[in-house]
Design a protein around this ligand. Structure first.
Ligand code: SAH
Length: 338
């Protein structure tokens, strides 16, 4: 099909773009939409992986609680705060706190952490999984600005097979609560899950548009050897880039990160993503051994690097493709700036 009429992207057109449209043409089109809507700025987020302890058993995830081989860690509040301080010192204006679902970080503790990090004058994103409404409300009142919670897939049966003990409906409701509380809402999916079809990926993208996300994280599923999905095939970079590019066509003004998992499949994965619709990168600012221990999937990049190294490395890559580093906090343009 031709890519001429992106405003008419219905489900069958999306499926064709995901499955058979010439990839390079699709990427160019998404890149042009990104350029025309958002310009050349790439916004950086400093990602802190503060605990790999998790109560869930997601079959794809290397830190799921059934994996007894991973050494577990959780940062102390002091460590977490000093990591955030150093990230702010490197110039990051958004800090992302990510972890397994570690209930040691209860409402009071999380609120204390949020309040302290907000004193650094940064935007704060949480990515700590499913909580109840009262927690989400308290975190928001404590100052959290954004929340990332991937729906992972909208194929409800597939979701339930992959996430034993969890409920797709519940996750969906969490997204609605987060939105209602006025967070900037990030969600997303994995591409290349076992038995996932292009039709279901098309439905995922339409779902993300339908709930009105501000940010979409789309990455390839990469099988982890210590999980039940060890011998599955996993997603390819092309599958993930296609889904990301179509997301850009569907939602021209949202923030879309070039995901770390893409770079784990290809040394230029994030650059390719930035040239196929992405406008955000989330360099890891976790320090020391923790980087290696937060192993969602194998082959994770930069596990032996320092935050300062990652910041300068990605900065140079961004400049080398003629893009600029975003100077503000880089929130969703429809909500904050302009
Ligand atoms: N506990 C938080 C953070 C999860 S980790 C939450 O539930 O939101 C962040 C994301 O990593 C997940 O949402 C999932 O999409 C992705 N992920 C997990 N395992 C993966 C794997 N094997 N390959 C690729 N991505 C993976």
């Amino acid at each position: 099909m031709s890519l001429d009429d992106i405003n008419m992207l219905d489900r069958s057109a999306i499926i064709r773009l995901l499955a058979v449209a010439p990839a390079e043409e699709l990427y160019r089109r998404a890149d042009a939409v990104r350029h025309d809507t958002l310009g050349d700025d790439v916004h950086l987020r400093g990602l802190i992986e503060f605990s790999n302890i998790c109560r869930n058993r997601c079959l794809y995830c290397g830190i799921n609680r059934a994996n007894k081989r991973v050494k577990r860690y959780r940062m102390s509040e002091e460590e977490l705060l000093s990591t955030a301080q150093r990230a702010a010192g490197l110039g990051f204006q958004t800090i992302v706190l990510q972890s397994g679902e570690d209930m040691h970080f209860d409402q009071a503790r999380m609120c204390r952490i949020i309040e302290q990090i907000k004193r650094l004058d940064v935007a704060l994103t949480l990515s700590i999984g499913e909580r109840d409404y009262d927690d989400y409300r308290a975190f928001r009142e404590a100052g959290a600005d954004r929340y990332l919670l991937r729906i992972e897939t909208t194929d409800v049966d597939l979701y339930h097979r992959l996430n034993p003990g969890m409920s797709w409906q519940r996750r969906h409701e969490c997204l609605l609560m987060i939105k209602e509380l006025g967070y900037e809402l990030g969600s997303g999916i994995m591409v290349g899950l076992p038995q996932q079809t292009v039709e279901s990926i098309a439905d995922d993208l339409l779902y993300l548009k339908g709930i009105g996300i501000d940010m979409a994280g789309i990455g390839p599923f990469i099988p982890h050897p210590e999980t039940p999905l060890a011998h599955e095939q996993g997603g390819t970079l092309e599958q993930a880039l296609r889904a990301m590019a179509v997301m850009r066509l569907l939602m021209p003004d949202i923030n879309i990160p070039a995901t770390t998992a893409m770079e784990s499949l290809h040394p230029q994965g994030r650059i390719k993503a930035l040239q196929a619709g992405a406008n955000v990168v989330m360099p890891n600012v976790t320090e020391g051994e923790y980087r290696r221990l937060y192993e969602l999937y194998p082959g994770k990049i930069c596990v032996n690097d320092t935050p300062a190294h990652c910041r300068s490395c990605i900065g140079l890559k961004i400049l080398s493709i003629g893009r600029t580093i975003g100077q503000g906090r880089g929130g969703h343009i429809s909500r904050i700036e302009k």
